[in-house]
Structures are given as C-alpha cells and as structure tokens.
Design a protein around this ligand. Structure first.
Ligand code: FAD
Length: 553
C-alpha cells in the first residue's frame, strides 16, 4: 500500500488559509449533532462533499431506536444490542448509547422533529429485526432520515458562529509533527470554485459516514466512500473492526435499478421472505423467522440463492393490502410503484446489499481518537457499540449520542491550537499507463462483492489482495486533481484494510461469515486495531476498546 501521509503535493503558504476552532467533516446526523452541540460557543466550519442532505442519514427509513415506551426498559434495549453484537459489543458504550440515546431523542422531539404518533398522541413505536420490544420512532412511515436531516439542518443553519461549506471535499487531516509530537491541526479541502484551501482548527471531527460504495450491491448513496477512515489512516490514527460490514437482507432487485432499501420495518409489520414457490426461506432457521438479525437473514438468502441458482428471493407483504402498505410506508409504495410493483398485490424481488460499516476510526466514549485533536463519530467511528453486528435503528441514535459527546469533549479541551505552520509536501507521482478510474472503481466493487461479501473465504480474499497490489500500482501512486480520483484512492485504502481484517479474523461472528472458518472462536472475542505505522494489527480484548481516554495519550 502507498505510505503517503497526504494524497497530493502542496505548499501551505501558497494556498488560501481559513481559521476556526473546530472543523466538522460531514453533514449527516453525527456531524450536524456535533456542530449543534458546539453551538455558538466556538467558531465552527462544517463541510459536506455534496449537498448537505445527501447522506446515509437522509436516506434512513425505518427509524430511531429508543426505550421510550413505559413498558420498555434501558436493560431491554441494552440486551438486544448486546445479543445482535455477537459477543463483541463494548458494554459501557452500549449502556451509554441506550441511556443517553433516550434523552437525545426526547431533545429532538423538543427541537421540532416530527414523528408518527398513535391515537393518544404519543410517538408510535415500531418493531424491527433483533428487537424484542416496539421501540422504533419513525416519520411518515419510512422517511425518518429526511425529517431528521431537515430538523438538524434547520437548527444548524440558525447558529451564528457556524459556517457551512457544502460541495467542499476534505482530502486530508493536517498533522503537526513538529517537536516529536502529533496533533491534528486542520484539513486540506477542495471546492470546485475556490480550489484547494487549508482550514486550520484546534479540533477536527470526522463524521464522514460509511463506505458502502466499496461493494457492487449497496443501499448507500454515492458519498459513502470511506473518506474519513482513509484520512484517519493516513494521519496515523488507529482503526478498528474493519472486517465487519453489515449486509442488509432486503434491497430491491430490479435489473438496472438502484438497490433501494426495503426497510426492515416492512418485516416488522409481518412481511415474510419466500422463494419462487412461495415457501418461507426462514422457516426452521431462527425463532424470529424473517425478523432474525440481518446477518442471519442475509446469509440465509445468499445460501438459498447459491443452492438454487436464482438471482433473488421475494418479500411477501401482501397481507398488509395495498392501502395498508401505502398508509404505513408511503415512500416505499411510491418507489415500488415506479417499477410497476404494488406491495399489496405483488411479491417484491429482493437481494442483500452492503449497508452499514461497523468498523471505523477507534474512539473513546467522547469521540476522541488516539491522535490528539482528532475526533470521529457516527458511522465513521468504531466505539464498539455495535459489536460484530449492528442492531437495527441503533445508528441514527449513535450519531446523536456520540456527536453530542464529541462536542462536549471539544469544548472542554483547553490545549492550544497547533496551526498555522508551513507544510511543504512533495509526492513522487508515477505516470505509468493510461488509467480508467471508473473501470478501477467498478472492478474493485465487483471483487469486494464476490470475495469479501456476505460469505468470505481465505483463498478468495488472498486473490483479492493480489488485485489490490495491481490496482495500487496504477492508482495509489498517482496524483489526482478532483474528487473522483481521491475517492478511488480512499476506496482502495479502506477496501484493502477491510480485506486484510477479514483474513485476520479466522472465525465466523456477526456480519463476518467465513466459509472456511464457520464456527465462532472464544479466542477471538476482541478487536483488531490497525495503524499505518505498525506492520501488524494489535489486539484489544472486549471491554477495553473504548473505555479509556484514548485521546489523552
Ligand atoms: C438506505 C438506508 C437506510 C437506513 N435506515 C436506517 C434507519 O432506519 N435507522 C438507523 O438507525 N440507521 C439507518 N441507516 C444507517 C444510518 O443512516 C447511517 O449509519 C447514519 O445516518 C450515518 O450517519 P453519519 O452522520 O455517520 O454519516 P452520513 O449520514 O452518511 O453523512 C456523511 C457525511 O459526510 C460527508 N462526507 C463524506 N466524505 C467527505 C469528504 N471527503 N469531504 C467532505 N464531506 C464528506 C458526506 O457528504 C455526508 O454529508 C440507513 C442507511 C441507509 C443507507
């Protein structure tokens, strides 16, 4: 792998320089909640590489999990989270997520987020896979993310000391390595109109979301290219749990159409997964049937498809009737109608797809990474709350809780700002051969889907590492001048690490299923930690990932 610490050559004193207290990269729930938490108590710049509302957050459907109902308990939500996480959840962060999460959701309602309500006017709470209680708040049935993003964006825009730079791409975290110390000092960014800029800040927050675009089949929007994880790697921060990508069992499978998510809440309302003959494929697999956790359902579908040679399975929601489906899931009904499907009448063709990246930048419970001044939260972070498999609707909650906590930690940090200082970064770029970026991107995505997908094996992942060597020679040693090239470099960085991590975990657990190691191994109850300055991953047993103040070292 290229050992570049920054993607492109530049001289800081030749670039425009902007100053603030905190730069937040990302306008999803995690970035927005951090910015709102910082409020008007400091100068903040928030970057989004496309429009503010193009994010996994805006696309979220099913809802936000919170133990709000009088007969639900914090312990119940904690236990469901731990069970889904297959022995790898960090207990302290999980309890924090669930406890503080309920307060965060009440705060959101106070900020004016609209949610669906029952006849008594209380929030209507739905059920999703892996939950033993109704606890999922939702808006307009299946448009929770759109409303959450609206509410947070509106609140952020009202802040006087927040500057929002949309369509502004963050390339790298700038690190002060003078005097033998290391401290994040800002980011290098690029805007189509203003070009390269340096944003100096005392704190840098990576809230860049996931990396679903690494896989050919994904529910994620095009912005999910793992940029923050790759930036943290180049900056020298520790990454964790990179082998765990959660595959969602039900995305629409219509030739040529994007893989629209069919929310788990549809199965929560009683829909079942069936084969072409109408037989339930989950019978006898798990007591929760079609509502078993996502890893189990996705694996069952993939095995069914491999054994029958079919391309997809079918979701049967006909019992809800056309009107019932349209009332509960208006957005989905509209989307399906666009493909000539009526869920009250037709079986819906579905297939698993890469959905949520469990791994990311290792942080403590306040978003601190082990690079002082660098924070991460939301899907880009790894706190251990999801273990080896995320419980449905826990990730919007994660963004709210850990975004809020990162903001408090930043405000409490009285270390001096590291920048500005002079950076002269030279890169020896190769000019070898023609390069077709879109070809590399689609070959990479296909290779990840076929070999590092729902089920993996050591031999096939070794082959993929060989492919990375080849791609890296062409793409990683070049210098690009626009986001499509930088994104491919980030995808290659994260894809290679995710493959290495999946090879290192010689067991099956949660979202990580190895056909050559089908059993779970007690000896592997822990997390692999990856750093660009270490030849091998380190190991952190469960209970130690996020409990200490990793940023204080
Ligand atoms: C279709 C779908 C449905 C889902 N449904 C649910 C659900 O019902 N409940 C639930 O809890 N979770 C759900 N999830 C998961 C959840 O939406 C995400 O995990 C969560 O929204 C992640 O929030 P985030 O703030 O970490 O990142 P995101 O919301 O993905 O935001 C990332 C931000 O980072 C910016 N960014 C990235 N790279 C750069 C860069 N280099 N420079 C500048 N900006 C950059 C992007 O522009 C974007 O603004 C769903 C996900 C999908 C895709």
């Amino acid at each position: 792998m290229s050992d570049r610490q920054l993607l492109i050559p530049f001289r800081s004193n030749l670039l425009p320089q902007i100053f603030c207290d905190t730069v937040v990269v990302g306008s999803g729930v995690a970035g927005l909640r951090t910015a709102i938490g910082l409020g008007d108590r400091s100068d903040v710049i928030l970057l989004a590489k496309e429009a503010l509302d193009l994010s996994n957050t805006s696309w979220a459907q099913g809802g936000i999990a919170a133990a709000l109902s009088p007969d639900d308990t914090i312990d119940g939500h904690v236990n469901d989270t731990l069970e889904a996480g297959a022995g790898l959840c960090e207990p302290d962060p999980v309890r924090l997520l669930v406890q503080q999460g309920a307060d965060e959701v009440r705060r959101l309602l106070g900020w004016g987020m609209r949610v669906d309500r029952d006849n008594a006017g209380a929030p209507a709470l739905g059920l999703e896979g892996g939950h033993h209680h109704h606890r999922i708040l939702h808006t307009d049935g299946d448009a929770t993310g759109t409303e959450l993003a609206r509410c947070l964006i509106e609140r952020a825009r009202a802040l006087q000391r927040l500057r929002i730079f949309d369509r502004c791409f963050a390339l790298d975290v700038l690190v002060d390595r003078r005097r033998g110390q290391r401290r994040a000092a800002g980011v290098l960014s690029w805007h189509p109109r203003h070009g390269l800029q340096i944003i100096w800040a005392k704190a840098v927050v990576l809230a860049t979301g996931g990396c679903g675009q690494l896989w050919r089949e994904t529910s994620n929007p095009r912005v999910a290219t793992g940029d923050g994880v790759a930036m943290a790697w180049r900056a020298g921060a520790t990454l964790a749990d990179l082998e765990f990508m959660q595959f969602h069992p039900t995305t629409l499978y219509v030739a040529g159409a994007p893989r629209h998510l069919i929310s788990e809440a549809v199965r929560g309302e009683g829909a079942t997964l069936v084969d072409r003959q109408g037989r339930s494929i989950m019978d006898g697999v798990h007591a929760l049937g079609s509502l078993a956790t996502r890893d189990i359902v996705s694996r069952t579908i993939i095995r069914h498809l491999a054994s029958t040679g079919e391309s997809h399975v079918l979701l049967d929601a006909r019992a809800m009737g056309s009107d019932g489906f349209r009332t509960r899931f208006p957005g989905l009904a509209r989307m399906l109608g666009g493909y000539g499907l009526d869920a009250g009448r037709d079986l819906i063709p579905v297939h698993p797809a890469a959905h949520y990246f469990v791994g990311g930048v290792r942080t403590d419970m306040d978003g601190r990474t082990d690079l002082p001044g660098l924070y991460a939260c939301g899907e880009a972070a790894a706190t251990g709350v999801h273990g080896a498999n995320r419980l449905a609707s826990n990730s919007l909650l994660e963004g709210l809780v850990f975004g809020a906590r990162a903001a408090e930690a930043i405000l409490a940090d009285d270390s001096p700002q590291a920048g500005p200082f002079t950076i002269v970064h030279e890169v020896e770029a190769t000019e070898r051969g023609e390069l077709d970026l879109s070809d590399i991107r689609s070959s990479l995505r296909s290779a990840m889907w076929r070999n590092v997908g729902v089920e993996r094996s050591g031999a096939r992942m070794q082959d993929v590492l060989g492919m990375f060597d080849f791609w890296n020679r062409y793409a990683m040693e070049r210098v690009f001048d626009a986001p499509d090239g930088w994104e491919v470099q980030n995808l290659l960085t994260v894809g290679r690490l995710a493959t290495q991590a999946a090879l290192a975990r010689t067991e099956s657990r949660g979202t990580h299923a190895r056909s050559d190691f089908p059993d779970t191994s007690e000896a592997m109850a822990g997390h692999f930690l990856w750093r660009s300055d270490a030849a091998k991953p380190a190991w952190s047993p469960v209970g130690q990932l996020a409990c200490t103040r990793v940023g204080s070292t």
